[in-house]
Design a protein around this ligand. Structure first.
Ligand code: MSP
Length: 586
């Protein structure tokens, strides 16, 4: 009866739903967050922010949280001599804090130790059992505590010297375990899962679809979904059998349902998830177990799994157990949280691992956020060029003449004409690095135009003052900045907001549709009016990051250096690199 009702609601949901439900994995609380974890969250957040920007009528919902059960959490708490519930609370809080600092706009933060989640897991278990997909069996095998998974011989490596076996995939040690467990009939869902995986754009990037299909080409064994309570007691009890606790991966996966209020039918308003962001290490759980569990429970599996690769440090996977983690809070002290967000999304690509290096982060942020974006804003807002502090209106005849006679103006126009369509295509695929590339190309074109048009010569130099032409150049430059600010909102929300605030762009005009209003599309530019810049906001967007040694030099100038007058070439270089560029524009 309930199932029939669910099916009816599901059909209705599919037809009328304007919901876009997105999830991150829930994070283990056995240690503090690192930038790899933040990466999963930042991808999901940028994806959701884009959806809201592009499809304002859609209800976008983002859920994240912490995964708090299992032996490894128990062990971590014990090693810190802290009661396990207190330990979970503390680490969970740190995730929450980091995500807040990174402006992750999650609608829910779920903890698997919450009552609402325990109820959902119990109901999900009863549904699987009621539908005949769970049975009891004696089970023995090699168990990996770190990965919370049983492994077959072919998935192990034997260290001859110590006699210890290790997981080939994760490198973690395993131990022989014999116990009575509840088993889930995974083998019966092989064809259904394969069919689901093969649907268009189900698994992205496509290389991960291939990995799943390879796994699915071998017969799937049934999977153990409980553990004896005396071995794993920090877990959710199996309904009706106190001697067993629910397997942590089944427990964890159900979080995506409990966040929506499952088993209350209202959860169907958002089900199934439009996109679930995961790291490649948890592909099997989300790409095989999860759809099988859902199909067994009579629910639709997610519409898309978006799988990202890992951040490495010196070529090694960053992980708590390898002690080579990069702490996002520390990194943000150096680059700001917006800088860190930009770096992760600019440099990370989903299909292959990215190597984290401070030198690279500093180089990219200085050249793109400080020199290319920040510097242009400072120049366009400099009092020397723009004494009335306005976002001017272009003058039709000067606009036509600039587009006719200055090549850099034509290139800027072409770049802006393509910006919206190109970035939309990149955002639709979560190709944030290409959005950044395209936006930076437009900003380079704008910088180039500004240099070529020489607005500072129009203030009354040799050629005499030409206020309308000067205003037109500033208007075109500000249009480029405004458009790039709108496009960059999902990636660097705070910086983009500050940029748009400075330009006094009303919040109603920061949507994707407003990308069409600019000088490059003449009809609309004729409607625009000159308006005042926001005097309260700074035109200094992103401060260059300095090396420690440069900071020391800056704090204590050497007498000879301070006295030595700079050459013209040096002065020019400093001015171009500074975030406030009044010198070049005056
Ligand atoms: N608790 C499970 C997920 C359960 S979801 C139902 C888990 N937690 S985790 O804390 O180990 O990892 C959470 C996410 O962080 C995963 O997507 C994982 O891929 C990601 N990262 C962990 N280390 C990473 C890197 N070094 N680089 C990028 N992301 C990686 O797995």
């Amino acid at each position: 009866m309930l199932i029939r009702r669910i099916k009816q609601l599901k059909c209705l949901g599919a037809r009328y739903s304007s919901s876009h439900y997105v999830t991150t994995p829930i994070f283990y609380v056995n240690a503090a967050p690192h930038i790899g974890h933040l990466y999963s969250a930042v991808i999901a957040d940028a994806h959701c922010r884009y959806q809201k920007l592009r499809h304002p009528a859609t209800v976008v919902r983002l859920c994240t949280g912490t995964d708090e059960h299992g032996t490894k959490i128990q062990q971590a708490a014990a090693s810190h001599n802290v009661p396990v519930d207190q330990y979970c609370q503390e680490i969970s809080f740190r995730y929450r804090e980091v995500f807040q600092a990174a402006h992750i706009q999650n609608d829910d933060f779920i903890r698997t130790t919450e009552e609402r989640h325990k109820q959902a897991v119990a109901q999900f278990w009863r549904t699987l059992q009621g539908r005949g997909h769970i049975y009891s069996a004696a089970y023995s095998g090699w168990y990996c505590v770190s990965d919370e998974v049983f492994l077959t011989d072919s998935q192990l490596r034997l260290d001859e010297a110590s006699g210890t076996r290790y997981s080939l995939e994760s490198g973690h040690p395993v131990e022989w375990t014999e116990e009575t467990n509840y088993m889930f009939r995974l083998s019966q869902f092989q064809d259904d899962v394969r069919h689901w995986v093969k649907q268009e754009a189900r698994i992205r990037p496509a290389k991960f679809e291939k990995i799943l299909l390879d796994t699915l080409s071998e017969p799937l064994p049934d999977v153990s979904v409980s553990r004896p309570s005396n071995r794993v007691h920090w877990a959710i009890p199996v309904p009706g059998d106190e001697t067993q606790t629910v397997y942590v991966w089944l427990d964890a996966l159900v979080n995506y349902l409990s966040s929506l209020g499952y088993p209350n039918e209202k959860f169907l308003e958002h089900w199934p998830p439009a996109q679930q962001v995961i790291g490649k290490d948890i592909l099997k759980f989300h790409g095989i177990y999860w759809p099988a569990f859902l199909l067994a429970a009579g629910l639709q599996p997610p519409q898309q799994l978006y799988v990202h690769s890992h951040w490495t440090v010196d070529g090694q996977k960053m992980s708590k157990s390898k002690h080579n983690v990069v702490d996002p809070v520390q990194a943000a002290q150096q680059y700001t949280m917006e800088g860190l967000r930009y770096f992760l999304l600019r440099e990370g690509v989903a299909h292959s691992d990215g190597n984290y290096s401070q030198v690279k982060a500093q180089r990219i942020l200085n050249s793109e956020l400080a020199d290319t974006l920040g510097n242009l804003l400072s120049r366009a807002c400099a009092k020397s060029l723009n004494p009335c502090q306005v976002y001017p209106q272009p003058h039709a005849e000067h606009l036509a003449d600039l587009l006719q006679s200055v090549d850099a103006a034509k290139r800027l126009r072409d770049s802006l004409l393509q910006l919206s369509e190109r970035c939309e295509a990149h955002y639709e695929c979560n190709h944030f690095h290409l959005v950044a590339d395209t936006t930076m190309a437009a900003l380079h074109a704008a910088n180039n135009f500004f240099e070529s048009a020489k607005p500072w010569e129009l203030k009354g130099g040799k050629e005499g003052a030409n206020e309308p032409r000067l205003a037109t150049i500033i208007a075109m430059t500000m249009d480029a900045l405004r458009l790039c600010g709108i496009v960059l909102q999902p990636i660097i929300p705070q910086l983009a907001t500050r940029l748009l605030d400075k330009l006094s762009v009303p919040s109603s005009q920061r949507g994707w549709d407003c990308l069409n209003e600019n000088f490059a599309r003449r009809d609309s530019s004729s409607n625009s009016r000159s308006h005042q810049l926001d005097g309260q906001s700074s035109a200094m967007l992103f401060q260059r990051i300095m090396d420690e040694k440069d900071k020391t030099v800056e704090q204590k100038p050497q007498p000879q250096q301070a006295k030595r007058s700079k050459s013209k070439k040096e002065r020019l270089k400093t001015a171009t690199n500074a975030t406030t560029a009044t010198t070049t524009t005056s």
